[in-house]
Design a protein around this ligand. Structure first.
Ligand code: PHE
Length: 337
């Protein structure tokens, strides 16, 4: 068995070498813990004659206290060091992880930047709308299928009668026309809501970009020139714009806007479904009914209006295959932008 003096020597040298609180704990156990080196001696005491037992007992108690104090001392040194580390202002700061803008916000800002450079003003409207702004004033009478609560209609109606979550940003055309005198040109980025069954290309809420330009004289040719330049800047490449006749109650004539596929350059790919073109917007010349609804004279004013799928533009630009990623909050998705 080790002699007491030896134990003390070993203990002191181990304490000296200890580099962490964890190591100190180990040393504590080795010497003072149950079955530790000191305890073994204590157990032996009862076999000794009384005189020797007294002397050795005292020695052991003394040693035990001494060990405990040494360990405490060393612990203090560690703690002081730690505190110093925490308050060391000369250390370089921890890198703060910074977030970044959502891909939709980035798209919205880019679009706003381009249109404001054309002299358009950015306008907003409420997400909760009334039927007048969302439908009636846009020449969509009560029997229009989009307003149907049960079957074809995809509008979210609110409990409060006459109110709904806007189904398109065209409602803001009316709000702006009611309160401003032409000529003007505005764009309206905004979130819209539709009761869709969701899949890779359908969400119950997505973003649109409305545009409205009203002046004494304008035409679809003006419209085409504006958006051709817009798409060129947005996709940073030459884009062909194709207008197809279509119908929206609040424009006449109405068109569907296709762009040449910026992904495959019209060679045919999965995004354009091998057609070379992608449908991105509805548009047309402001219907005389709309001017009348906002008490402007349709013989005096002309305008064009358009509604892009802003979410769709983001999907095309960033090659996002599933619209549901946008609202997922999934960092694996978001961190790519
Ligand atoms: N509001 C239409 C839609 O959501 C798009 C549109 C806007 C069409 C402006 C023509 C003019 O589908």
């Amino acid at each position: 068995m080790e002699k007491i003096e030896e134990i003390k020597k070993n203990f002191l040298s181990e304490i000296k070498k200890a580099k962490s609180l964890k190591e100190l704990d180990l040393i504590f156990n080795e010497y003072l813990g149950k079955g530790g080196k000191i305890s073994v001696f204590f157990k032996k005491l009862k076999d000794l004659p009384i005189e020797k037992r007294k002397i050795l007992g005292k020695k052991l108690n003394f040693l035990k206290e001494f060990f405990e104090k040494e360990i405490e001392k060393k612990k203090k040194i560690f703690f002081q060091k730690k505190e110093k580390e925490i308050f060391d202002i000369t250390l370089p700061p921890k890198k703060i992880e910074r977030g970044h803008l959502h891909p939709l916000t980035q798209t919205k800002r880019k679009v706003e930047e381009i249109f404001t450079s054309f002299g358009f003003e950015v306008v907003e409207g409420p997400e909760i709308e009334d039927e007048w702004h969302n439908f009636d004033a846009l020449n969509m009478p009560p029997w229009h299928p989009a307003r149907d609560v049960l079957s074809l209609g995809k509008t979210f109606y609110l409990k409060e009668k006459g109110y709904l979550l806007r189904s398109h940003t065209s409602a803001v055309q009316i709000r702006y026309l009611e309160t401003h005198n032409p000529p003007f040109k505005i764009i309206v980025p905004g979130r819209v809501f539709r009761a869709e069954s969701t899949d890779a290309s359908h969400e119950i809420d997505f973003w649109q970009l409305e545009g409205l330009m009203v002046q004494k004289e304008t035409s679809l040719a003006n419209f085409k020139a504006v958006i051709e330049e817009f798409f060129k800047r947005f996709f940073e490449k030459q884009i062909k714009v194709r207008l197809r006749p279509s119908y929206f109650p609040f424009v006449e004539p109405g068109v569907e806007v296709d762009i040449s596929c910026p992904i495959c350059q019209m060679k045919g790919c999965s995004v354009c479904k091998q057609s070379g073109f992608i449908e991105v917007a509805g548009a047309g010349m402001v219907h005389p009914f709309v001017f009348k609804a906002v008490k402007l004279n349709p013989r005096e004013w002309q305008g064009f209006a358009f509604g892009f799928g802003l979410t769709r533009l983001a999907m095309i630009k960033y090659k996002i295959s599933d619209i549901r990623y946008f609202n997922s909050g999934d960092l694996r998705f978001l961190k790519q932008f």
